[in-house]
Design a binder for this molecule. Structure first.
Ligand code: C5P
Length: 322
């Protein structure tokens, strides 16, 4: 077996639009979304030694320990599914806030799966890798691909889309949600409670065609080497129809959510949205300067981060054997 040590940059994601459909027989909701990996990332190190079992060492931000950590469960499930006879030592340096809608736990799990698959003499078939990822969580398969990814089904049916340009992202959430976060299951419960039958289906049907109209504008920017004027991309209408369905529920939790939203809009972000079921909102900017200004302003009152979008190619390079 070689190599035996891996370093993985486990990127966070944002959701470019998210539409919720009816609850399915398996208890999950039918979804339509676009995942986008960004440069805010955890660092995952794996060391494989002969034997069995999984150990976890944590550094950085607070994260679940033992079996509650999805990276540990990923190692156990993959060891089982791929018939591995290794002890998997995981060192996880946590930088992505938990319960933030940024997919940190799912990305860590996918990082473990990617490393273990590449350590196998014969890599497990893709279908098997995606089945293991899906068994761990709805968001995990998207992190096997990275870049810009269409998510269907319960979010786990994933399709690689052409990458967008490397937009600057400003992320922010109210400070009292940083560390606490919003539980996905509860967010879906709340969605069901506020639901009238007429509210789903239509938006699901429209999502793919609307996304198809919106995303090209976010690809051209740097690819064609030209800047679009302020009216070229900006403005609230650019992604009308694919806004995150969780927004109204999340915004009702605290007036700070609307304040962050307004602040990002005022700074002329080309897209302002909520990631997953919250609590993170993001703004996309074509210029670093504008992103830096609004990030600094937001940081006075809220938890705020800056990042860039990460393409599929760059994402793949984040897995290194040594
Ligand atoms: O798949 P994951 O473990 O991330 O899901 C957490 C919870 O969120 C599920 O148990 C379910 O209650 C809810 N969920 C849902 N529909 C989805 C994804 C998640 O209802 N598409």
């Amino acid at each position: 077996m070689s190599p035996t040590r891996f370093r993985v940059r486990a990127c966070a994601k944002i959701n470019l639009g998210l539409k919720i459909g009816p609850r399915r027989r398996d208890g999950f909701h039918e979804l339509r979304t676009v995942f986008q990996t960004i440069s805010l990332a955890d660092r995952v190190e794996l060391s494989l030694t002969p034997g069995r079992g999984v150990s976890l060492e944590l550094a950085g931000r607070l994260a679940p320990t033992g079996q509650d950590n999805l990276a540990v469960r990923a190692a156990e499930l993959a060891a089982d599914a791929y018939g591995l006879r290794w002890h998997v030592g995981i060192r996880l340096e946590k930088r992505i806030p938990s319960g933030a809608g940024l997919g940190g736990g799912s990305s860590d799990a996918a990082a473990v799966l990617r490393a273990l698959a590449s350590a196998c003499r014969t890599p497990p078939p893709q279908r098997e890798q995606f089945a293991v990822a899906s068994a761990l969580g709805s968001d995990v398969p998207a992190f096997l691909l990275g870049g810009t990814v269409l998510g269907l089904g319960r979010g786990d049916e994933v399709y690689a889309l052409a990458d967008l340009s490397a937009w600057h992202c400003v992320l922010a959430m109210p400070r009292d949600h940083d560390g606490g976060g919003i539980a996905t299951a509860e967010a879906f419960e709340r969605w069901d409670q506020g639901l009238t039958a007429a509210r789903h289906s239509d938006t699901l049907v429209e999502f793919c065609s609307l996304v198809e109209q919106v995303l090209p504008a976010f690809r051209t920017l740097r690819n064609r080497g030209r800047r679009l004027g302020p009216q070229g991309l900006t403005g609230p209408k650019v992604h009308a129809g694919i806004e995150n369905d969780f927004e109204s529920e999340v915004f009702s939790l605290s007036p700070d959510f609307s304040r962050i939203h307004r602040e990002l809009r005022r700074a002329s972000a080309a897209w302002v949205g909520l990631s997953g079921s919250g609590a993170t909102q993001f703004g996309l900017f074509d210029r670093a300067g504008a992103a830096a200004l609004v990030a600094a302003r937001l940081a006075r009152r809220y938890s705020s981060w800056r990042a860039r979008m990460v393409s599929r190619h760059a994402y793949a390079r984040g897995l290194q054997a040594w």
